[in-house]
Design a protein around this ligand. Structure first.
Ligand code: SAM
Length: 224
C-alpha cells in the first residue's frame, strides 16, 4: 500500500531491529549479509555466536541471514531466549537481491517502528487509520502449540485481548484487516465481522506454499 506514513510494531525486538537496520543502513546490511558463510557449519557458528557486542547493522544482517538460511524461515527461541531453529539446507536459502533490499529500505523510510505489545498500538488508532494485523497462528484454547513463532507465547487470553481491542477500535471508526487461524474458537471471537478462508499460503507450513492453510482473513466493514 506504501502509505505516506505508517507504524509497524512487533513484540520481537530482533524483528524490529531488522526492519530498523534495513530502513536506516541498507548499504551496511548488504555488505555484511553478503559476507556470511553459505555452509551448514557456518550457519551454526553464526546462529550460536553472541549478539551482545553487535551494533544495530550487525544484528540486523545476522537476523536476515538466519531467517533466509534456517529451516522454513521459522523463528523460535529456546528457554534461554536464544534462536534455535536448525539449518534449512542450501536449496531452501531464500536469496534476497541488493535491489530488493534497497526497495524495502525505501518503503520503510516512511515508517515508524516500535517494539511493543499490540494493544497499545491498536488503542492508539483513531478514525481514518487503517490497521493490518498478522498475529501468531495459535490454534484454539485446547490445542495451543508453540511450534511456529515462539517469541513469548501468544495465548488464547491474548487472542481474546486482541479481539476486544479490535472491537473498541471498530467503535472508534478504525478500519482493520487481520489474518488468523481458522480454528472455530478463534472464529467465535469475531462474530458479526466479515471473514473468508485463504486457499493458498504458508500458515499451515511456515515458509512453504501450501493448499491447506488453516488461515482466514477477518475484517470490519465500516458504515459511513
Ligand atoms: C505471524 S507473525 C507476523 C510476522 C510479521 N508480520 C513480520 O513482519 O514478519 C506474528 C508476530 O506476532 C508477534 N507477537 C507475538 N506476541 C505479540 C504481542 N503480544 N504483541 C505484539 N506482537 C506480538 C511475534 O513476534 C511475530 O513476529
Amino acid at each position: 500500500m506504501n502509505p505516506e506514513s505508517a507504524l509497524l510494531s512487533d513484540k520481537n525486538h530482533e524483528l524490529i531491529d531488522l526492519y530498523t537496520g534495513i530502513r536506516d543502513f541498507p548499504e551496511d546490511i548488504w555488505e555484511l549479509y553478503s559476507q556470511f558463510p553459505t555452509t551448514k557449519k557456518g550457519y551454526y557458528e553464526i546462529r550460536d555466536s553472541s549478539v551482545n557486542d553487535l551494533d544495530l547493522s550487525q544484528r540486523a544482517a545476522r537476523t536476515l541471514f538466519l531467517n533466509r538460511t534456517c529451516f522454513k524461515g521459522m523463528w523460535r527461541h529456546n528457554s534461554q531466549g536464544k534462536f534455535n531453529v536448525g539449518y534449512g539446507g542450501q536449496d531452501r536459502r531464500w536469496v534476497i537481491s541488493k535491489e530488493r533490499l534497497y526497495e524495502v529500505s525505501e518503503h520503510l523510510s516512511h515508517a515508524k517502528l516500535r517494539c511493543c505489545d499490540f494493544e497499545s498500538v491498536v488503542n492508539s488508532c483513531t478514525k481514518g487509520d487503517f490497521l493490518f494485523l498478522d498475529p501468531p497462528y495459535c490454534p484454539g484454547e485446547k490445542e495451543q502449540q508453540n511450534n511456529h513463532y515462539t517469541f513469548g507465547c501468544f495465548s488464547y487470553d491474548d487472542q481474546i485481548r486482541l479481539s476486544n481491542s479490535l472491537q473498541r477500535a471498530s467503535k472508534r471508526g478504525v478500519c482493520w484487516v487481520m489474518t488468523n487461524s481458522s480454528h472455530p474458537e478463534i472464529i467465535d471471537l469475531y462474530e458479526g465481522y466479515s471473514c473468508f478462508s485463504i486457499e493458498k499460503g504458508t500458515g499451515g507450513s511456515p515458509g512453504l506454499l501450501t493448499q491447506d492453510t488453516g488461515e482466514v482473513v477477518v475484517y470490519n466493514l465500516l458504515e459511513d
